[in-house]
Design a protein around this ligand. Structure first.
Ligand code: DGL
Length: 263
């Protein structure tokens, strides 16, 4: 297959750009196409059937654009739809799941917190992973209700955000966690706000770097790594306004193209 083809990445909205940044850092010569399905965000409160249908729609759109691999940069879509995607599409598909394993292996306090969407925390895949790795530790699972819509609005430093984060971290602080797992690709954008509230003894971890490494490994194994050391085409499509994408990607704005389009 075509080594020069782009890596396709999708998320329910703008959050997966946190994963795109890790992928671009590790694979700086690869072309990428990112789909922000913000018109349908948040996915977190949708039924599994809806999440599967939206994930299929996004994957088909990326395949129509000639992508060589699909990265599902959304924990909710991965935990609810990855098996379906892998059964339906003959292309490598990488997913993202909450980094429970590293947190469970490293916690001294035997107490960790997980902040994720309802869709992720209620999924069978999440339960399976959690049961495997957290047998002897206590896990405080919190649904980050309302966080994704605020991040989609760019309201990172709003009083509403601060209030929600205080509410969601309170039971974690009470349980003396020393690791907080961010189980949603939108949440890396609120790490500074979380750090202001959490004790400094709490380490925050997300899965972005692991997903980027996995993507590189998969491309390598399949002989699909870009052969050329060129300046890549980095394209971002959103089915709503482009302003928030531009805001979150302002550090790379001169290298990328952002466009509104239907998909
Ligand atoms: N970025 C998605 C995730 O990783 C957000 C889910 C949502 O849209 O609710 O779970």
């Amino acid at each position: 297959m075509k080594t020069a083809a782009p890596i396709g990445i999708f998320d329910s909205g703008v959050g997966g750009t946190s994963i795109w940044k890790e992928i671009h850092q590790l694979l700086p010569h690869e072309d990428t196409i990112y789909l922000a399905d913000s018109a349908n965000a948040p996915y977190g409160n949708r039924s599994q059937e809806e999440i599967v249908a939206l994930s299929i729609k996004n994957t088909e759109a990326l395949l129509a654009m000639g992508c060589k691999i699909i990265v599902v940069a959304c924990n909710t879509a991965t935990t609810n739809a990855i098996d379906m995607l892998r059964n339906n599409f003959d292309i490598p598909i990488i997913g993202i799941e909450p980094a429970i394993k590293p947190a469970a292996l490293q916690t001294h306090n035997k107490s960790i917190g997980i902040l994720a969407t309802k869709g992720t925390l209620s999924s069978a895949l999440f339960h399976k992973t959690s049961e495997t790795f957290t047998k002897d530790i206590s896990v405080v699972e919190i649904v980050g209700e309302g966080l994704v819509p605020l991040i989609e609005k760019g309201a990172l430093d709003s009083p509403e955000m601060q209030q929600l984060l205080k509410t969601y971290t309170a039971p974690m602080i009470a349980a003396n966690i020393d690791y907080l797992v961010l189980g949603c690709s939108h949440y890396p954008y609120i790490i500074p706000q979380l750090q202001e509230i959490l004790p400094t003894s709490v380490t925050i971890i997300d899965s972005g770097e692991a997903v980027a490494k996995h993507t590189k490994k998969m491309l390598d194994e399949k002989g699909l790594l870009s052969a050329e050391k060129k300046t890549p085409k980095l394209v971002f499509y959103t089915n709503t306004d482009t302003a928030i994408l531009a805001f979150l990607l302002k550090d790379v704005e001169s290298e990328i193209h952002i466009e509104e389009r239907k998909f």
